[in-house]
Structure formats: C-alpha cells, structure tokens
Design a protein around this ligand. Structure first.
Ligand SMILES: CC(=O)N[C@H]1[C@@H](OP(=O)(O)OP(=O)(O)OC[C@H]2O[C@@H](n3ccc(=O)[nH]c3=O)[C@H](O)[C@@H]2O)O[C@H](CO)[C@@H](O)[C@@H]1O[C@H](C)C(=O)N[C@@H](C)C(=O)N[C@H](CCC(=O)O)C(=O)O
Ligand SMILES: Nc1ncnc2c1ncn2[C@@H]1O[C@H](COP(=O)(O)OP(=O)(O)OP(=O)(O)O)[C@@H](O)[C@H]1O
Ligand SMILES: N[C@H](CCC[C@H](N)C(=O)O)C(=O)O
Ligand SMILES: [Mg+2]
Length: 492
C-alpha cells in the first residue's frame, strides 16, 4: 500500500518528503523494522519511541510517523499531533478494517474475562461456528495458538491478529478487553458486535488512580458500541450487562446498543436461581424468555455461574438454543489455571487459581469454604509493579478464610519481594499465628503441602496458568502445579 493511501484518513498532518513510497508493514517497534516498514514512534511508560527513529531509518524504514520532525533522516516523515491517536487509524486502514467483517465479541471486567471468553468459544464451536481467541492465556487463529505478552495486545498487533483471523475465515473473534487497553486505545478501531461486562471490583489502582477512573475506562467499550448507524450492520450491537453489579447502570446509560442483563440476585433477562456449590461443580436453574433449564457445570463457585450466564446471554442472542448451550457448558471440565485441582495421589485437595485481586481471592476462598470439611491453607502473594493498595486486603482475605495463610511472592518484578510482603503483612498485623511469611514461592508451596492432612484443602492463588515467575527483569520457568506435584510426591 502507498503511504499516501495509508495516511489519507489522518486529518491533521504534515508530510516531509515523498508520500508515494510503498509500505509493506507497520510497526511501533524499531526492532521489527525492515525495508518497506512504516515506523510509528509512540511515547511509552519506559522509553519514548522517538528515540528509536534513527535506528528505524537505519534498518530501512520506508517512512516514519512522529510528533516532532527528526533531523538528519532521509526517510519521509509524517508529523501528527498524537501518534497514539493515529495508530488505530493506520492499523485499521493497513489491515483493511478486518473487525467489520467478523462478529467481534469483547469481554471486559475485573474478573472472569478469560473464563467467559473460553466458555463462549466452546459454545460457538460446538454450534459449528469458526472462532478465534485473544486473551491472557493465548491468542488462537484457526488452530494456531500464539502466546501473548498482554491480555489485549497493542493496537497494531491487535488489528494484525484480526486480519489473520479474517484470512482463515473466522466468524467470531472472542476477545478480552482490559481496562489498560481501553485507556491506551489498544482496542480503538475495533468494531465490536457484542460487548460483555463481567464485574467491577478493585484492581489496577496504580494505573487508573481511582475506582471512578477505572470504571470510566471500562465504560469506553460500551460508550462506543452502537453509536454509529451508518448502515444496517451497525444497528444490531448488543451490550451484555451484569444486573448484580452497580456499574452496569452507568454502562447502560453510556451505550446506544441493545442491552440484555444476566444475574443471580437481581431480576435479569437471563437469571440463575437455586445455585448449589459443590466441590465437583456448581448447579443452578436458568430462567429466561428463551426457556428454562437446570445446569450442572463441572466448574465450581458462584462466580462461575456469572461467567456461564454472561457467555450464555451472548450466545442466546446469536441464536444458539438453551439446550445446546447447556450441552456445551456442561461438557467443559475446567479452565487452565482457574480453580484447577492438582492430583498426585494425595488425600487432600490442592487447587491452583488465578485469583490475583481482592474480589477474586474472596470468591475463590468462599467457594473453598463452602465444601471444605477440614483445614484450609491459602498460599498467596501479590505482583510487583502493580497496585499496592490491594496487598493488605488480599492478605486479610487469605487470613480470614483460611486456618493458615502462607504469604509469599507472586511475580515481584522490579520490586523487592520482602517489601511487597511488608505491604501485605500490614493488613494482618493483628492476626499473629494465623499466617506465616515465606518469600520463596516454591518453598511456600512445599510448606503448605507438608502441613496438609487428609481432607484438608490448599488454595494456591495468584498465578494460575502462568508458567513463569518474574523476579527483577528475569523471567524463569515456574509453574504452581508442577511445584505442588513435586512437593506432594516428595512428601508422600
Ligand atoms: C503499562 C503498559 O501497559 N505498558 C505497555 C507498553 O509499554 P511501555 O509504555 O513501557 O513501552 P516502552 O517500552 O516505553 O516503549 C515505547 C515505544 O517504544 C518502542 N521501542 C522500545 C524499545 C526499542 O528498542 N525500540 C522501540 O521502538 C516500543 O515498541 C513502544 O512502541 O507497551 C508495551 C507494548 O505494547 C506493552 O507490552 C506494555 O505492557 C506491559 C508489559 C504491561 O505489563 N502491561 C500491563 C499493565 C497490562 O497492560 N495489563 C493488561 C491486563 C490487565 C488486566 O486486566 O488484568 C493487559 O491488557 O495485558
Ligand atoms: N465472574 C467472576 N467474578 C469474580 N471472580 C472471578 C470470576 N471469574 C473468575 N473469577 C476469579 O478470578 C480469577 C481470574 O479469572 P479469569 O482469568 O477468568 O479473569 P480475568 O478477568 O481474565 O483476569 P485477568 O484480568 O488477569 O485477565 C479466577 O481464577 C477466579 O478466582
Ligand atoms: N493481568 C494482570 C495479571 C496479574 C497476575 C499476577 N500473577 C501478577 O503478576 O501480578 C496484571 O498484569 O496485573
Ligand atoms: Mg484474563
């Protein structure tokens, strides 16, 4: 594509040099630049992409997009007021607006996004639809699975994934939309068909500053849904909202899309009643104008009823019957790293769960308490370079729902692991004897396993599916499930 064509939708720009050069790819990473690339300089949190313009030019960039003209490079320069704001435009034009030709489902909310996307994926695939996935665990295009650095990738990568999905005939890209993505415009330019809200509880206050700002970020997904009615295709957007979460009312006000609600406690279009939580799974009645069914899932916890209802609401709207949805949801035996049990022949229960927020930890621990017959242990840490204010809260929850909490490290990243543990411990200063502190996570898991007796439950929270631990800037192999297995085998 010619540069001229690519930048034509950018309304406010100044071009230095020829605008008829051929562009064969668009990237914001100088390390990915080759001959024919268009390099877009973004100002990041760590570095300013403008510092890499010369490097990009040396690597053969056909042109660059910058906020300030760079001296001494011969490549054509497109100067715009805000490179981040035009990134979505460039990505959508370059990849040919792929999201418009598919039915993109976007799931946002503090907890339950990954689970809900995977439930939708199962239902739609069982119904013969061609799906793709973009989320925390991976992206999937056709049968190819791609590891992901972020839950929602940067705008250029996201549009490229959509492009590749369209190329292989995907009908439904099912995507997680993080609040970071909404604030950093990673999902700008994506035409969502259905937007789903799971819940809003405390997380990421380091990034958003306040719960109000966090809610506003989530709201952006709904604000732009259904706002354009240029043609028939734009008038059938759907917002799926959680009737039991107060933030849903704000999102209802923000959107001009059609709205359906799901819930347990409040009246809703798709409602679950008579919820029974057991270790082996959760069962409930579903009542809706599409019919009634009793569901018996292999997944457990009241929170998974919400995820099932959210997934089911979207799929009902797509014309899948309640009976088909029941078959699909009941066939799902588990979700990677979400309430996953570790079996190594032991006579106690070990659960690995991705609860890394106060609300998800509380839900997970409440669920454990509903079926635990004997002692409960909770191994938990909090990530470094992330919301500090959740640390004391998570320690409090671990202590109050367990017989013994083992406070440990998660991914300390560039923070001192012991200072993170100090933050956690500040929340449980009056609970001496109810917890121990073991900085090394593997050692903490081994300690819990060594304490457990027949019938006890160990919850290992925070890292779920992760197969790494980040200490400093080093990412090493680490898997809670493997460590627990080894500990059990060693302890037998
Ligand atoms: C705070 C944040 O979101 N940071 C994201 C951001 O990084 P950054 O701003 O530090 O980027 P940077 O390193 O300063 O680089 C700026 C620019 O210079 C470019 N550069 C840089 C170096 C170089 O040699 N050449 C070069 O061109 C970079 O490609 C980039 O375009 O842009 C990067 C590239 O897209 C992201 O990977 C990175 O996510 C980091 C890893 C991260 O941890 N993000 C978390 C907070 C996050 O986004 N989480 C949400 C999920 C949250 C949830 O719901 O639980 C997510 O969607 O993953
Ligand atoms: N609907 C829910 N409400 C509250 N907690 C939930 C819900 N669903 C899952 N959880 C808890 O949150 C954890 C993470 O779930 P999941 O990975 O589905 O959420 P997510 O929103 O994708 O998280 P992330 O923001 O890290 O991508 C689970 O391990 C479980 O403990
Ligand atoms: N998407 C979340 C995941 C947190 C997982 C937890 N294990 C941690 O590293 O803090 C985040 O980036 O904050
Ligand atoms: Mg996720």
């Amino acid at each position: 594509m010619r540069l001229r064509e690519l930048i034509s939708p950018i309304l406010f720009k100044n071009v230095i040099g020829q605008d008829d050069v051929e562009i064969i790819n668009v990237t914001a990473d100088s390390r990915q630049v080759g001959p024919g690339s268009l390099f877009l300089a973004l100002r990041g949190y760590t570095v300013d992409g403008h510092e890499y313009v010369e490097q990009a030019a040396r690597a053969g960039a056909a042109a660059v997009v910058v906020e300030d003209a760079i001296e001494g490079i011969s490549a054509p320069q497109v100067i715009v007021p805000d490179t981040r704001a035009v990134a979505a435009v460039l990505a959508s034009v370059f990849y040919g607006h792929p999201s418009k030709e598919m039915k993109v489902i976007g799931v946002t909310g503090t907890n339950g996004k990954t689970t809900t996307t995977l439930l939708i994926d199962q239902i739609l695939r069982d119904a013969g639809k061609r799906t793709g996935l973009i989320g925390t665990i991976m992206a999937r295009i056709g049968d190819e699975e791609i590891p992901m650095a972020n839950t929602t990738p940067d705008v250029l990568d996201l549009q490229q994934l959509f492009y590749r999905m369209r190329e292989v005939g995907t009908e439904y890209p099912i995507t997680e939309v993080s609040s970071h993505a909404l604030d950093l415009k990673r999902s700008a330019g994506t035409d969502y068909h259905i937007a789903i809200f799971t819940n809003l509880t405390q997380d990421h206050l380091d990034f958003h500053g306040s719960m109000e700002a966090y809610r506003q970020a989530k709201g952006k997904l709904f604000a732009r849904l259904g706002n354009t009615y240029r043609d028939e295709a734009h008038s059938n957007k759907l917002a799926v909202l959680n009737a039991d979460d107060p933030a849903s009312e704000c999102f209802r006000d923000l959107t001009t899309a059609q709205v359906i609600t799901y819930g347990i406690d409040q009246p809703a279009d798709v409602r679950a009643l008579d919820v029974v939580v057991e270790a082996a799974g959760v069962s409930f009645n579903v009542e809706s104008r599409f019919g009634r069914e009793r569901f018996a899932l292999q997944l457990t916890g009241k929170f998974n009823v919400y995820n099932a209802l959210a997934a089911m609401s979207a799929c009902l709207a797509e014309g899948i019957s309640l009976a088909e949805i029941k078959r699909s949801l009941e066939s799902i035996s588990g979700v990677n790293g979400r309430f996953e049990t570790v079996q190594a022949g032991q006579d106690f229960t070990v659960i690995v769960d991705y609860s890394h927020t106060p609300d998800s930890l509380e839900n997970a621990m409440k669920t454990v308490r509903e079926f635990a017959k004997r002692k409960v242990f909770c191994v938990v840490g909090c990530g470094g370079d992330r919301d500090r204010t959740k640390r004391p809260l998570m320690a409090q929850i671990a202590v109050s729902y367990s017989d013994l909490a083992i406070l440990t490290s998660d991914n300390p990243r560039t923070e001192d692991p012991d200072l993170i543990l100090d933050d956690m411990e500040a929340g449980v200063s009056d609970a001496a004897g109810r917890y121990v502190r073991i900085t090394d996570r593997a050692e903490a898991i081994r300690f819990a396993v060594a304490q457990a007796e027949a019938g006890d439950v160990i919850m290992i929270a925070g890292k779920g599916h992760e197969t790494y631990q980040i200490i400093g800037k080093t990412k090493s192999h680490f898997d809670d499930r493997e460590i627990a297995q080894l500990a059990i085998r060693g302890a037998k």
